[in-house]
Design a protein around this ligand. Structure first.
Ligand code: UDP
Length: 245
């Protein structure tokens, strides 16, 4: 029987091995970083809140037929997941213009996009996670044409499921980032996490651009009430999942 070994410590999570080589244990941390880790801090209780939110969202996606790495949560800030080989891409889906899309294109924040936009960013801190074109993805051997199609298909399917779900929570899903992994039999499945750290979530009842923010932008932009916003998201997600189940 081998003790759990720390395999990797990321900005928001620690990954441990388990007795089963096909299963890893993820520990969600309270640490928060932004702007490629130039800004660092803590969001009290974030580990448990994000783990509980991700737990509910992964279960929702699995029930809708999306394959994910999620297994279960043995403790409030721990998630057991299938071991996968992470594809070094951040797959971002956008419904409304915000963040880097506005900075890079001049689109006004809050503009509803005519159709969801799927983008690929290279997961490489040293390079600053650059936006990739399809040809660059192929050039760098980051994905085959079939895998690009598959990532796009899954990203849009996940967007439909999550957008509808968050609507039932009175929350607008503005944009979000996904990561995928390859299983030992080369199946692409959803990995990493889905939480207010990785999504832009706006309170539907609010029009004020600062007050409506329920996600990590509160930390990035020093808007205050960060814990409160995450707690609100958790409560709404839990109440929507319990009424749906
Ligand atoms: N995002 C993320 N991790 C990253 C970069 C972006 O989870 O390293 C999420 C972010 O929270 C937002 C979406 O991806 O929901 C789009 O982010 P964007 O490209 O606008 O970058 P940002 O403005 O956050 O730098």
């Amino acid at each position: 029987m081998s003790d759990p070994k720390k395999l990797y410590e990321g900005k928001a999570k620690i990954l441990y091995s388990t007795e089963d080589p096909d299963i890893l244990l993820t520990h969600y941390k309270d640490d928060a970083t932004a702007f490629n880790a130039q800004k660092r801090g803590q969001i009290v209780g974030k580990g448990e809140m994000n783990c509980a939110i991700a737990n509910a969202l992964f279960q929702l996606l699995e029930a809708a037929g999306v394959a994910t790495h999620y297994i279960d949560c043995p403790a409030p800030n721990q998630m057991r997941v299938r071991r996968v080989e992470i594809v070094p891409l951040e797959v971002v889906v956008r419904n409304i213009a915000a963040g880097s899309l506005c900075k890079q294109t001049g689109l006004p924040e809050g503009k509803i996009l005519p159709q969801p936009l799927v983008e690929f960013y290279y997961k490489d801190d040293a390079l600053g996670d650059p936006l990739l074109t399809r040809d660059r993805l192929l050039l760098l051997d980051l994905a085959t044409p079939e895998q690009i199609e598959e990532l796009q298909r899954q990203a849009l399917q996940i967007n439909t499921i999550l957008s509808d779900f968050f609507l039932s929570c009175d929350i607008t899903l503005v944009d979000f980032k996904l990561e995928f992994g390859l299983t030992s039999d080369r199946q692409l499945i959803l990995a990493d996490e889905i939480s207010p750290d990785t999504c832009r979530l706006w309170n539907r009842g609010e029009t004020d651009p600062d007050r409506r923010v329920m996600d990590k932008d509160r930390f990035r932009r020093d808007l205050g009430q960060v814990e409160n916003a995450y707690q609100q998201v958790l409560e709404r997600v839990l109440s929507a999942t319990s009424s749906a189940g």
